[in-house]
Design a protein around this ligand. Structure first.
Ligand code: HEC
Ligand code: HEC
Length: 253
């Protein structure tokens, strides 16, 4: 992680150790340990040079790069797909930017066979990888309750940001608490229909949108507000102070 991202994360109170979170049922530790081995195993790829951790590095997070297949491309390339974080992936509904994989199993199988050009994985390998990915919780933030609502300790800016998120900004209609995603696919004017992605840990996942077209989270939020305003046929645009508040809330997720 770059020092800038680390600074941002610390300044909004994110705890960076995924191992600290989650009340989800404890996954089988032996299976998780096996999954971690496969996660780092380049033998899963056709070339023998690429493992899951190449792209989802730092304990299943993202290397913040955009890919076509195994090639890094410029952010914003329409064929490119930005690497998502796997922190909290167990709580999402449907997988991939296109939202075409209904389960983690299918998502991971597709990545091994299609992206990594590896051999068909065994059921056991897939089960171990799924268990490992499911063991990666989203980071916690002292400003928020588990369900994503602000805790009493949250700064006034985060509280105002949350009010805008579920109110005038309309964000909460698509990015639904507590997972902050939704299984539906929407055309928001980014070049097709895409799954509503989770916003958990989003301050650490730049660049933004399926093709990594937007480097700054503030700009991504501004673009999204415009999409919603157009959909609702209102001319309500956020003030700079409102954008700062929304950014404060979203950065705490
Ligand atoms: C070359 C980089 C790269 C490698 C290697 C890679 N991934 Fe990914 N991963 C991506 C990208 C890019 C996406 C988004 C793909 C898309 O939406 O079309 C993704 C998506 C995912 C998703 C879906 C997440 C979501 O919320 O939609 C999962 C799960 C996942 N990867 C797990 C894995 C596992 C497990 C491995 C190893 C078997 C792996 N990945 C190897 C880059 C990579
Ligand atoms: C109509 C449904 C809808 C509404 C309303 C909506 N979003 Fe989104 N959002 C999406 C979809 C779909 C994407 C993915 C588009 C893509 O990848 O091209 C997205 C992507 C994002 C991203 C980029 C996430 C990433 O990991 O790259 C952010 C940040 C975001 N939305 C924040 C917001 C905020 C803040 C609001 C309210 C101002 C909002 N969204 C309102 C559907 C919506």
């Amino acid at each position: 992680m770059s020092s800038m991202l680390r600074y941002l994360a610390v300044s909004v109170g994110l705890l960076l150790t995924p191992a600290m979170a989650a009340d989800a049922p404890a996954p089988d530790p032996t299976l998780v340990a096996k999954g971690l081995q496969f996660f780092n195993d380049a033998a899963l790829s056709g070339s023998g040079n690429v493992s899951c951790a190449t792209c989802h590095f730092s304990s299943g997070h993202t290397n913040n790069k955009t890919y076509v297949g195994l090639d890094v491309v410029a952010d914003g390339n329409p064929d490119g797909r930005s690497t998502p974080t796997l922190w909290g992936a167990g709580e999402r509904s449907v997988y991939g930017w296109g939202g075409t994989a209904p389960t983690l199993e299918e998502s991971i199988r597709g990545i091994i066979v299609n992206r990594m050009k590896g051999a068909e994985p065994s059921k056991e390998t897939l089960a171990a990888l799924v268990a490992y990915v499911r063991s990666l919780p989203s980071p916690k933030n002292w400003q928020l309750n588990e369900d994503g609502t602000p805790s009493p300790a949250a700064t006034p800016s985060v509280q105002r940001g949350f009010a805008l998120f579920i109110g005038d900004g309309g964000c909460g209609t698509c990015h639904v608490l507590p997972s902050l995603d939704k299984s539906s696919r929407d055309d928001i004017g980014t070049g097709g229909r895409f799954k509503v992605p989770s916003l958990r840990a989003v301050v650490l996942t730049a660049p933004y949108f399926h093709d990594g077209r937007t480097a700054s989270l503030r700009d991504a939020i501004k673009l999204m507000w415009g999409v919603y305003a157009k959909k609702m046929d209102t001319a309500r645009t956020p003030t700079d102070a409102e954008l700062d508040d929304l950014l404060a809330y979203v950065s705490a997720l």
